[in-house]
Design a protein around this ligand. Structure first.
Ligand code: ADP
Ligand code: MG
Length: 246
């Protein structure tokens, strides 16, 4: 099946992931359609990052399959991992980091093309950080650093961004700005977004689809439907309680 026929880019078919023979998540059955803004939610340890690693082919399924549609190049997924999101002391400049996203698609060519440099600049503009181009990454605020890393992921992909907890550690304002930016990238650039977040209230405002994991697939469907479902209401309730505990 081609993307043109169905819009589907990735299909999980009865997929199971785990480590050293033990299962972390089981019975995944869902599809990702071009243009989706999918939010993956679930408690800590529920297997969200494991699923992302599986999707990026960094981890083989223990069972079942991940099917990439014809015409979809999995090498050009723009990825922001949970780990990179917290590395704050990169010894490099902003433009250099954003541009380095293009490395995966350069093959053996040892230099960046003019087109790649132009795209890196465009991405800086889109992310509202063109004025930081010459700055050193380590001296930026957490919110600015996160934008730079998203800029790098955008240089890696024309079609799909995968972000694992991109707002982790940011204050509420920087978090809201980041989510708004991702919504703009999705709506205006037509880029599919898959984002892991435990901030379900925020995700509900922006994401079109929700996948809820608890060591299996508990829910997959439209955000509206999720918010009206028993599991959605329960998760939203417990998240609020957790926050009130502080
Ligand atoms: N590299 C690994 N080796 C063994 N177990 C792992 C590894 N990474 C994660 N796990 C385990 O898999 C489970 C799910 O982890 P993870 O996917 O990181 O959850 P989440 O991202 O939802 O917090 C946890 O029990 C975790 O300890
Ligand atoms: Mg995780």
């Amino acid at each position: 099946m081609t993307i043109k026929d169905t819009g589907t880019i990735i299909t999980f078919q009865n997929t199971r992931f785990g480590y050293d023979g033990y299962t972390v998540i089981d019975r995944l059955n869902f599809t990702i359609t071009a243009g989706d803004y999918l939010c993956i939610v679930g408690k800590n340890g529920s297997g969200k990052s494991t699923l992302i690693k599986g999707m990026l082919c960094l981890l083989n399924p223990l069972q079942g399959e991940i099917i990439f549609s014809d015409g979809f190049k999995k090498e050009t997924i723009g990825y922001l991992s949970q780990e990179t999101a917290v590395k704050k002391d990169f010894p490099a400049g902003v433009f250099e980091i954003v541009l380095s996203g293009a490395v995966g698609s350069m093959g053996l060519r040892p230099f960046y093309s003019a087109k790649e440099k132009r795209r890196a600049l465009e991405n800086l503009e889109t992310l509202g950080i063109a004025d930081l181009k010459e700055r050193s990454f380590s001296e930026l605020s957490g919110g600015q650093q996160r934008r730079v890393l998203i800029g790098r992921a955008l240089c890696a992909s024309h079609s799909l961004l995968v972000l694992d907890e991109p707002a982790a550690g940011l204050d509420p304002l920087a978090t809201a700005e980041l989510y708004t930016l991702l919504q703009k990238i999705n709506a205006e650039m037509g880029i599919t977004i898959i984002m892991v977040s435990h901030d379900i209230e925020a995700a509900a405002q922006y994401a079109t689809m929700v996948l809820h994991l608890q060591n299996k697939q508990c829910f997959f469907g439209e955000t509206k439907e999720y918010l009206n479902s028993a599991i959605g209401k329960q998760f939203l309730g417990t998240e609020k309680e957790d926050r009130n505990d502080f």
